[in-house]
Design a protein around this ligand. Structure first.
Ligand SMILES: NC(=O)c1ccc[n+]([C@@H]2O[C@H](COP(=O)([O-])OP(=O)(O)OC[C@H]3O[C@@H](n4cnc5c(N)ncnc54)[C@H](OP(=O)(O)O)[C@@H]3O)[C@@H](O)[C@H]2O)c1
Length: 257
């Protein structure tokens, strides 16, 4: 693909946190974008049942899969079985590049949702369409949502956990770039600018939001706890490094109201 080629690109999950940014970035670069999801007006599809999938990728050069489902059972059905269904529809439509979004270190954390992400990656790697995997670290949005949810109960229950969180908007730009580029049959790893313990992130969150939620140290047991404490969800040398720290992101959100 040359630099100025305009593509037709389907963004599955284009109504979600990441997908909205991917669709917006690609549109701003002049590509034709098609949003596929259950709530999509133009292309309602359900990956768990296959409803609406037949023909949905017809005429697309590239499909970006930014769908998600976070329960273990939902992830197996939506991400793993859903990827099989999606790739079959892409093969029938002659799509030439499938971009799958995944998670840095998912194979190192033996937790149901991460196992489903590993299985999704395997389906993509063995699938009928040339592919690129874009692995990312946790979004600032997710970290802040976690703190907000706990703070409703007046406490922040915090195990030790190393994270290198990033702004989903910066990942959206990297994913859009991957969709414009050739299928790598390999991974691109994207992470935020700094690694921090989740307790330090919680202190930053409290200071910017003014929350009085009490910080309560806790410990995640077993192999999952050991993995996240030792930085299994982080990496030293990402291919792409975002510039927005969690503190920057919180300040930006505060000023936007
Ligand atoms: N959140 C993070 O911190 C993080 C970090 C690293 C990587 N990732 C990866 O980034 C990707 C996107 O995550 P996200 O946080 O942006 O997800 P999200 O905000 O929960 O959005 C999920 C999207 O998937 C669609 N969807 C859900 N079930 C579907 C189904 N059965 N059929 C079709 N579409 C369905 C939803 O739209 P409808 O409701 O309209 O169907 C929505 O557009 C995932 O692969 C995730 O593993 C996330």
């Amino acid at each position: 693909m040359n630099d100025n080629e305009k593509l037709t690109i389907a963004v599955v999950g284009g109504t979600g946190t990441l997908g909205r940014g991917v669709a917006g970035t690609l549109r701003s670069r002049g590509h034709q974008v098609r949003v596929l999801s259950r709530r999509s007006q133009e292309y309602p599809v359900d990956l768990t049942t296959g409803e609406g999938l037949d023909g949905a990728p017809a005429g697309c050069d590239v499909v970006v899969d930014a769908s998600n489902s976070t329960s273990s059972k939902g992830a197996a059905r939506t991400l793993v079985e859903g990827s099989r269904r999606l790739l079959a529809a892409e093969e029938a439509a002659g799509v030439r590049h499938h971009v799958c979004v995944s998670i840095v270190g998912c194979e190192r954390v033996p937790f149901g949702y991460y196992r489903a992400k590993v299985a999704q990656e395997r389906v993509v790697e063995a699938g009928p369409v040339d592919w690129t995997l874009v692995r990312a670290t946790q979004f600032h949005e997710l970290v802040a949502w976690g703190f907000r949810s706990m703070a409703r109960f007046g406490v922040l229950v915090l195990p030790r956990m190393l994270l290198r969180p990033m702004a989903s908007a910066e990942l959206a730009v990297a994913v859009a770039g991957a969709a414009e580029g050739p299928a790598l049959r390999g991974r691109v790893e994207v992470a935020g600018p700094e690694t921090a313990d989740v307790r330090d992130l919680a202190r930053q969150w409290r200071s910017v939001t003014g929350s009085r939620a009490r910080m309560v140290p806790s410990a995640l047991p077993g192999a999952v706890g050991r993995a996240v404490r030792s930085g299994a969800l982080t990496l030293d040398r990402p291919d792409v490094t975002g510039t927005t720290t969690f503190a920057d992101w919180l300040e930006q959100r505060k000023h936007r109201g």
